[in-house]
Design a binder for this molecule. Structure first.
Ligand SMILES: [Zn+2]
Length: 349
């Protein structure tokens, strides 16, 4: 009985700094972090009905079933005319796009954003070879816009990228080329880093941004510290310690909620315990739940722990949905999949 009660409470798990419940019928923004294994795929459900998909790929082996992800995605789209109004691919690494073509079968995609210079659409398309995604992009050529440093927004040019209703999307960095010289991280540094704002709720989705990208953003917005203070952070590069989420970045963002999009038993040691704990002074307290992180790189170091802070890893929690009315700062609701909630209860008792 107690278990059922806890289950019912957790199904609509309300997290608010002041303990009050949001009013029914409030318009809310929702960000869905799909469990795609070792990769990224997040859907922003804007209150005006628009749908923005940020990345769609996975490096897991075996790869997750695109049909299952497509079915899950379609539950959040208009059943009569499933549409993604904007697809933003943060950078050309396949764990951020190789599922997109199959997942988006039967979905109309109106606009596509890729990092790159404004006149570089041809070159940009060529970068997405894995799973033949470049051919899909070629067919959608007219919808593609390349987003580069000139499109970066900030206090002086808010919402330069796009907005819909009361939701604003701002590019904090795109196609940044001053990053790490290690070839496998050059692409990560080019990640589009997006800030999403709805009323008083703000989120940053960092793609695989490196510390160099973070420093670039911190420097650009040095005189507007409040501008980077957000409620939610999707950790850069799946929670990697070696490349992303430097202390200064976390201290400026001060997220109350954080999500890592990393696969269960991934061989990269994501997310790193050090990175997760770097934000714990800012995360809200929540009922204990299972989080899988790595104490050292490699599968042997992956452990489940009971964690009482508002941090989730899709590799242990499954799909994570963050819902916010934006009526106040520091508040959101987190909804987990029912089968994974059992895991939360088990960890909490
Ligand atoms: Zn990645």
């Amino acid at each position: 009985m107690r278990g059922r009660l806890v289950l019912a409470i957790l199904l609509l798990w309300t997290l608010r700094a002041d303990g009050a419940a949001p009013c029914a019928g409030d318009e809310a923004i929702e960000i869905v972090f799909f469990d795609v294994g070792q990769g990224d795929c997040a859907l922003v459900k804007c209150p005006d009905g628009r749908r923005v998909l940020i990345d769609c790929g996975s490096n897991s082996s075996p790869r997750p079933d695109p049909k299952a992800i497509a079915a899950e995605l379609k539950r959040h789209l208009d059943p009569n005319a499933p549409t993604i109004h904007v697809l933003a691919v943060t950078h050309p690494d396949q764990d951020h796009y190789n599922l997109a073509e199959r997942v988006l079968e039967g979905v109309s995609v109106e606009r596509i954003l890729l990092p790159g210079p404004e006149d570089g659409v041809d070159e940009a398309i060529r970068e997405y070879r894995a799973a033949g995604f470049n051919r899909w992009l070629e067919r959608h050529r007219k919808a593609i816009t390349c987003v580069g440093p000139d499109d970066e927004g900030g206090p002086a040019s808010p919402s330069k990228l796009f907005g819909t209703g009361e939701t604003r999307f701002t590019v904090l960095a795109a196609d940044f080329r001053g990053g790490s010289k290690r070839s496998n991280f050059v692409t990560n540094s080019r990640s589009m880093v997006l800030k999403i704002s709805y009323r008083r709720f703000d989120a940053i989705l960092a793609g695989d941004a490196t510390k160099e990208t973070e420093s670039h953003i911190l420097e650009r917005l040095r005189d507007a510290p409040e501008w980077l203070d957000v409620e939610l952070l999707k950790l850069g590069h799946h929670g990697s310690y070696a490349t992303s989420t430097q202390p200064a970045w976390m201290d400026r963002l001060k997220p109350e909620f954080a999500v890592a999009s990393a696969g269960r038993d991934n061989r990269y040691g994501h997310p790193s315990r050090t990175v997760v704990e770097r934000g714990q002074d800012y995360y809200l307290r929540v009922p204990p739940h299972a989080v899988r992180w790595a104490t050292r790189s490699g599968t042997a170091g992956l452990v489940d722990v009971s964690y009482d802070r508002a941090f989730w890893n899709t590799g242990s929690s499954g799909t994570v949905r963050v819902v916010a009315t934006g009526a106040r700062e520091r508040e959101a609701r987190v909804i987990l999949e029912p089968q994974k909630i059992e895991e939360v209860i088990a960890a909490g008792e």
